[in-house]
Design a protein around this ligand. Structure first.
Ligand code: M6R
Length: 368
């Protein structure tokens, strides 16, 4: 039932505060992450894990890419990530004590499932964890450990609340495994949990800025290309923003790590190619600001989603929108996803696209 919403995508974007609360429910206390959320065997498996390999597709891959940064940063465990459609067709070397993680909304994506099956066949002792939104699915049946995202049914082909709840689940996992490796102290854990507890409220506030994004979306009406920039975890969020925009508005969108611009992509930038940048208040902010200067001189329209603390000074052709205030490394990528979801939704509406059922795409890709 759509209620007052026009499309499922819009409804699902606005369901995120609740979906996140549901995903956190009974998995955290006021200041700790409960290891029991991952099942009774998790503690031993996590303690013995020396490497993590993540496999997923599309939006779920982008969530895994954020988690790679978190896992190496917080839990100090070497982590690799690969798209399942590549991983399944090569002969990857899986080191001893690797935990293989699949991430999937549906739990039925053929590439992800077949990648899991082939690795399990070749490496009989491998431990597996799936982060999945469907309790009754092939991935949950065939994985040893399961952490369900409680996003509720996602109908729109464009994944939204599944993505943010995957990120929340991966944050829980990063802390849980980090604790098993004695890399996360009580204070750090309490501060991450506090951030997670505040997420729903922060998302609500961000959603209240929808009108400003509707205005920004107008300028995409006759655009054919768009470029998304971010650094660190925001590169993964930029990729998610680009995937969303191309998927439902059919605007050719690409994401680049901002530092790569000068190695080629800057040649694409002209006045008809809007550039969307994500500017959290982190240690890479100054580097990102100089990347924006490089873009400016090409005369393109720029949209910068920033943290209030980032103080990006508006330049000619640049709109700076403060999304939020002083976010941490876990909360920031989740919150900066919201304006990108809204932007692609409103651009698609303006273009008159069938938002929930974009051309050529299926909700669950159960074929090769
Ligand atoms: O069900 P899954 O999470 O395994 O699906 C993976 C991708 O097919 C999916 O995320 C796709 O990229 C979405 N349509 C993106 O919005």
């Amino acid at each position: 039932d759509l209620g007052d919403y026009k499309y499922y995508m819009q409804k699902e974007i606005f369901e995120q505060p609740q979906a996140i609360r549901d995903t956190l429910e009974s998995r955290i206390t006021k200041n700790t992450v409960l290891l029991s959320a991952f099942g009774y065997r998790a503690k031993t498996i996590f303690k013995n894990t020396k490497h993590i390999q993540i496999i997923a597709c599309g939006t779920s891959y982008n969530a895994g890419l954020v988690a790679k940064y978190w896992l190496e940063d917080i839990a100090k465990i070497p982590t690799n990530i690969e798209v399942a459609s590549e991983y399944r067709y090569r002969n990857p070397i899986v080191l001893d004590n690797t935990l293989l993680i699949t991430i999937s909304q549906s739990g039925e994506t053929a590439d992800t499932l077949e990648a899991l099956r082939s690795i399990k066949k070749r490496y009989k002792n491998i431990h597996t964890l799936t982060i999945c939104n469907c309790a009754e699915s092939s991935l949950t049946r065939e994985s040893e450990l399961i952490l369900l995202t409680h996003a509720g049914p996602e109908i729109s082909v464009a994944s939204t609340k599944a993505f943010t709840t995957q990120l929340v689940s991966l944050a829980l996992f990063s802390v849980a495994i980090g604790k098993c490796h004695k890399q996360v102290d009580k204070q750090q854990e309490a501060s991450i949990v506090d951030g997670l507890n505040r997420l729903s409220g922060l998302i609500k506030k961000t959603l209240e800025q929808e009108n400003k994004i509707i205005k920004l979306a107008q300028s995409f009406k006759d655009k054919f290309n768009a470029i998304f920039l971010g650094r660190g975890t925001m590169h993964a969020i930029a990729m998610e923003g680009a995937l969303k925009l191309k998927e439902i508005s059919y605007i050719h969108s690409e994401a680049f790590p901002a530092g790569e611009l000068k190695h080629g992509p800057i040649a694409l930038i002209d006045k008809d190619t809007p550039v969307i940048a994500i500017a959290p208040n982190d240690q890479l902010l100054d580097k990102l600001k100089s990347n924006l200067q490089e873009v400016k001189s090409r005369g393109s329209q720029m949209i910068v989603f920033e943290d209030e603390m980032s103080n990006v000074l508006p330049m000619k052709n640049m709109t700076v929108m403060s999304i939020t205030h002083n976010l941490g490394r876990i909360t920031a990528p989740i919150i900066f996803t919201i304006p990108l979801q809204l932007l692609s939704y409103h651009v698609a509406l303006i273009k008159g696209a069938d938002v929930d059922k974009p051309r050529n795409l299926a909700k669950s890709v159960t074929v090769e």
